[in-house]
Write a protein of this length. Structure first.
Length: 380
C-alpha cells in the first residue's frame, strides 16, 4: 500500500500529538507492506523530517491576529487549497492519512485521526483562532474521511456523541510508550544537568503544555496546602512549553520557586524526558480533559506511581493502577498527594501495577491497528 502521512505536528516543541505523529511514522516506515511518504505543510517528502523549531515570529503574529476571524479563514483556505494542489498528481490508490485532525480535499481514499473533541466542548480553554480553525477543519475532515481513527474508547464515544459521527466508522488505535521510558532510566543521567536541585526519587513531576486545560491552578492550590516540610522534601517539578493563557500561572510558579517547593524546567528536550520521568517519586496529571494521556502511560512504563484526575480517558489508560481524584476538588488532591508521596506500601504496589498495565500498550500495536484501517479503505 502507498500511504502519505501528514507530519505537520512533528515540530518543536513536540506535544502529545507530535509524539503520536513521530512514533507512528517510525513504526509504519518499518512495515514491508507499506510504501510511506510524508506531507508537511505544502511539501511532499520521501524521508521523515526531524522535529525542528518553527519561526519565533509566528506565535507573535498568531496571538496578535487570534481575535480576528478573517485572517484565520484566509489562512485556512489558502493552506487547504495549496495542499490539495500538491496532492492532485498522486495515483488514486494512494491513501492519505491526516494524523492531526485535518484532511485536505483529495481524490483518493482518506483517513483522519481525531485525538479529542476539546475544541467543541471546552472552547474557553483554547485560543479563539484555534477553535475557529479546528471546528471547520474537523467538520471537513469527517466529510472527506472513509474512516476515522482515534486514540481511546473514550474519544470514540465523544466523537459519536458530540460530532454525530457513526461509531461503525471509527477505529481505536491506542498509543504506546517509547521503550526509552523504563525503570532505572534516571540512573544513567545526572539529573542536576537539568536543574541543580533535582535528586532522583525526591520530586513530584508534571509534564504537559502550560495551558488552562491542564488544571495547574488546582495542583498549585493543593501543593500549597501540604505541610511545608513535605512540600520541600518532594518539590513539584513542572516540565512543559509555555502555552496559551498562562501568564498568571507563571507568576505563581515564580512565587512558589522563591518559597522552595516548585521547579519550572520549561520545555525539556525529548532525549532528557525518560530520565526525568524515571527519577520522579510521583507523577501527577490533574487535567480537566484528555483524549488519551500519553505522559501517564510513559510514567507507568518507567515504574513511577501515578496520581491522576478522575476523567474517563485517564481512567481508561491507567486502569486500576495508581490513584485518582475529582479534578476540581483541591482538598481531595491535597489528601491524595500527602498519601501517595509518603505511603511506601502504596508506592510499591503502584509501581508494580503500573508496569504491568503499561506492558499492554505499544507503538507497534498502534501502527498495526492503523495498517488494518488502511487495508479497509484501500482501493482494489
Amino acid at each position: 500500500m502507498k500511504v502519505i502521512l501528514s507530519v505537520d505536528a512533528i515540530r518543536q516543541p513536540l506535544t502529545g500529538v507530535g509524539r503520536y505523529n513521530l512514533e507512528l511514522a517510525r513504526e509504519l516506515a518499518a512495515m514491508p507492506d507499506i510504501e510511506l511518504s510524508f506531507i508537511q505543510g505544502i511539501r511532499l517528502l520521501r524521508d521523515l523530517p526531524e522535529p525542528v523549531a518553527g519561526s519565533e515570529l509566528l506565535p507573535v503574529l498568531r496571538d496578535g491576529l487570534s481575535a480576528w476571524k478573517l485572517p484565520t479563514e484566509i489562512y485556512r483556505r489558502l493552506l487547504g487549497g495549496a495542499r490539495s494542489r500538491v496532492l492532485r498528481h498522486q495515483p488514486r490508490s494512494t491513501i492519505l492519512h491526516g494524523a492531526n485532525y485535518y484532511l485536505p480535499a483529495y481524490h483518493g481514499p482518506g483517513i483522519v485521526t481525531i485525538h479529542d473533541v476539546s475544541v467543541f466542548l471546552l472552547p474557553q480553554h483554547h485560543r479563539a483562532d484555534r477553535v475557529r480553525y479546528m471546528r471547520r477543519e474537523v467538520a471537513l475532515a469527517l466529510e472527506r474521511s472513509a474512516l476515522v481513527l482515534t486514540v481511546s474508547e473514550f474519544s470514540k464515544a465523544e466523537i459519536v456523541r458530540v460530532l454525530g459521527y457513526p461509531a461503525e466508522r471509527i477505529r481505536v488505535t491506542p498509543l504506546g510508550p517509547n521503550p526509552r521510558f523504563r525503570p532505572g532510566a534516571a540512573e544513567a543521567v545526572d539529573l542536576r544537568t537539568l536543574h541543580g536541585n533535582l535528586e532522583s526519587g525526591r520530586y513530584c513531576l508534571f509534564i504537559g503544555t502550560v495551558e488552562p486545560r491542564k488544571n495547574l491552578d488546582v495542583l498549585l492550590d493543593a501543593f500549597e496546602r501540604l505541610p511545608p516540610t513535605l512540600r520541600r522534601r518532594y518539590p513539584l517539578v513542572l516540565c512543559g512549553y509555555r502555552g496559551w493563557g498562562s501568564d498568571a500561572l507563571h507568576a505563581r510558579f515564580d512565587a512558589a520557586a522563591q518559597e522552595g517547593w516548585l521547579i519550572y524546567l520549561g520545555y525539556v528536550p525529548d532525549a532528557a524526558l525518560p530520565a526525568l520521568v524515571a527519577g520522579a517519586r510521583l507523577f501527577v496529571c490533574p487535567s480537566l480533559y484528555e483524549g488519551f494521556g500519553l505522559p501517564v502511560l510513559e510514567a507507568m512504563a518507567s515504574g513511577v506511581p501515578v496520581l491522576h484526575s478522575r476523567i474517563a480517558a485517564l481512567d481508561e489508560v491507567a486502569g486500576e493502577t495508581g490513584a485518582s481524584f475529582p479534578p476540581l476538588d483541591v482538598d481531595a488532591l491535597t489528601e491524595a498527594l500527602a498519601m501517595t508521596l509518603q505511603d511506601e506500601r502504596w508506592q510499591a504496589r503502584a509501581r508494580r501495577d503500573g508496569l504491568e498495565r503499561a506492558a499492554l500498550f505499544s507503538w507497534r500495536r498502534c501502527a498495526e491497528l492503523t495498517r488494518d484501517a488502511y487495508r479497509e479503505i484501500a482501493l482494489p
